[in-house]
Structures are given as C-alpha cells and as structure tokens.
Design a protein around this ligand. Sequence first.
Ligand SMILES: Nc1ncnc2c1ncn2[C@@H]1O[C@H](COP(=O)(O)OP(=O)(O)OP(=O)(O)O)[C@@H](O)[C@H]1O
Ligand SMILES: [Mg+2]
Length: 346
Amino acid sequence: MAIIAPDLGIDLGTSNTLIYVRKKGIVIDEPTLLIVSGSTKRSIKSIGQDAKALVGRTSGGDIAVRPMQDGTIKEYDMTESILRFFIRKAIGVSHLVRPRAFITVPCRISAVEKRVVREAAVAAGVRRNAIHLIEKPFASALGSGLPVFAPEGSMVVDIGGGTTEVAIISIGGIVSSKSIMTGGIKMDEAVMNYLKHDYNMLIGDRMAEDIKIDWGTALPPKEDRKVMVRGRDIITGLPQTAEITATKIYEALHGPCQQILSAIRTVLDSAPPELAGDILRKGIYLMGGGSLLYGLDRYLANELSLPVTMAKDPMMCAAEGVGNLAENASLLPRIGRSTFMRDEAE
Ligand SMILES: Nc1ncnc2c1ncn2[C@@H]1O[C@H](COP(=O)(O)OP(=O)(O)OP(=O)(O)O)[C@@H](O)[C@H]1O
Ligand SMILES: [Mg+2]
C-alpha cells in the first residue's frame, strides 16, 4: 500500500472530466455525466463512459444528469459523487495521506463557487489545504507547451463544452482574460432551436451534437448538401424526419461563433502594447473540444487577420497543464497570483 497518494491534476469540465496522475499521465478521460433514478431518492445508476452509453436508452424514469453547467458546479452532490468515483478509479482508496490536487476552474468564478469546488474535492477524497485551483486558460496554455513563464505574451482560446476562456498569458500569469458561457453545448442548442423554429421538430442533445460534429461549419459551405434528421413533432410528439441543408446548420451556428469572436476581440483590445506585438506576430492558439468545429480556426483567422494555431490535442491541453503542475510542484511559486488561486485556508 502506498502511504502517500500521488499528486493529481483534475480538469473538471462541463462535458468531460480528465484526471492526470503524477508519474502516470492521464488515466481518466470520461464524460461528466451520470444516470440517476428519476425517483426522489436519486440513486446513481451509472457514471461517466458507462452513463454515456445509456443516454437515450434509459427506462423507468431514469435520467441523465450533467452536474456541471457553464464550467461551474450546478449539482453539488452529483459532482462530488462523480469526482469520488473517478479519483478512486484513478488511484484506488488505500492511502494514509490523501492526494494533493490541481483543479481547473473558469476565470470568472466567484469566491463562493471556488469554495464549492474545494469542498466537493475534499468530500471526494482530496487532502484539505492541498487544493490548488488553476484558471483553465492558464492550464491549457501550459499543457499545450506555450512559453507561459517567458516574458512574452501568448494568447489562448479554450473553447470547451460549457465555457470559452480567452486569456493573454505572460511571465507565469494571466494578464487579461474573458470567460463566456458559450461553447460546444450552446452550439448544440443552436442546432436544436433551429429545428424547433423552422420544422416544429424536437431532437435530443446527442442528435444535435452529432449534427454539429458531422455537418456543422463555421464557414459558409461551398456546396449545399442535404441532411436527413430524425426527431419528434413538437405538437403531436410523433416521430418525424426533416431534410435540412448544410447552409442552414451554418447559419444556426453563426451566433455562438460570433460570440466567441467578440470575446477574443475584447481581450485583444485590452492587451498592453508591449504584449500586443507578440500576439500580432504569434497569433492565437486554439484548444478545447469546441475548437474542432469545422472551419472555426479559419473563420477566426479571417475575421481577426491573425494567425490561428490549433493545439495538437485540443481536448487534453487543460489536463496536461494541471498534470504538469502535479509532476512539478516546484513550478507553483512561479505562477502569478491571479492564476495561482491557493486555498485561502492555507
Ligand atoms: N469534432 C468536433 N466538432 C465540433 N465540436 C466538437 C468536436 N469534438 C468535440 N466537440 C465538442 O467539444 C465539447 C467538449 O469539449 P471539452 O471536452 O474541451 O469541454 P470541457 O472541458 O468538458 O468543458 P468546459 O471546459 O467548457 O467546462 C463538446 O461540446 C463537443 O460536442
Ligand atoms: Mg475544458
């Protein structure tokens, strides 16, 4: 039995939770999702990957719960349960000293929300007073290999499921940032709303996400291909099919893409002149699952007239970043105050 548990890096995402274990790497990469019984007792039936396989196939009133919303904890008990389950799966339970953890949080998070994350982590098995909250874009920049400690500006845009985090980073800290509650899930909702309004048709989350991934685009499509979509009639509830076009999907997704663009513009406008030059030269770095939307990199590059580089593993960057800290706790003192949000109790 190991006496001291290894340090952990936890990327607690709205869509996916990843856990990095020191000396092992990323060992958990699963949806932040549970299936619970619909009754008032809400017992948990399934968590993570297993839960995802059951979405849309549940019976007896069981429901799928996403305990994180817009990057913050919406359902405390469920978040604690999911964290406990993943931490046990990652390192087991037999340690005398509980693990230390570096956990990602959005830039806009309030003091109360920070406390909620810490309490959930402690309840899930992390050592109290050994929790370090790291702002998502800093974690993503570090994890994607950008020179975050150098005296030069780097601009990152992490488009997740629930939040888009835009930040300029230099000398180990966040110089300026913006976090908006628009990401992949808002894109799915845009597709759903479009079908509701134009076809009186209801489709599930999963179908909406599939349409976005397979047919969605941030650029006007060159050829207007047609796509068959299955759903339910909004009034009769009966199954229905509709033939929609790639152009219409593009139009539906344009709103969220514009919101992301405008958040980037806001941060660019606030860049100190010394760092603006670095950003004009290097451009911006994209990561997060939402950045995989077809054409989004080119759309942003065209609109901003800046180079746009996609990270190598866009959905892993934040976890690699907190993992980096789990491997090298000696980096901590080099992280600026705005980024390194230590437990106030320490
Ligand atoms: N090929 C793709 N095209 C478009 N979107 C994609 C693609 N692959 C994944 N996504 C979207 O990426 C999102 C999940 O990304 P990610 O795992 O980075 O989010 P997260 O870290 O859990 O969320 P957050 O950081 O906002 O809390 C989902 O909305 C998913 O639909
Ligand atoms: Mg994320």
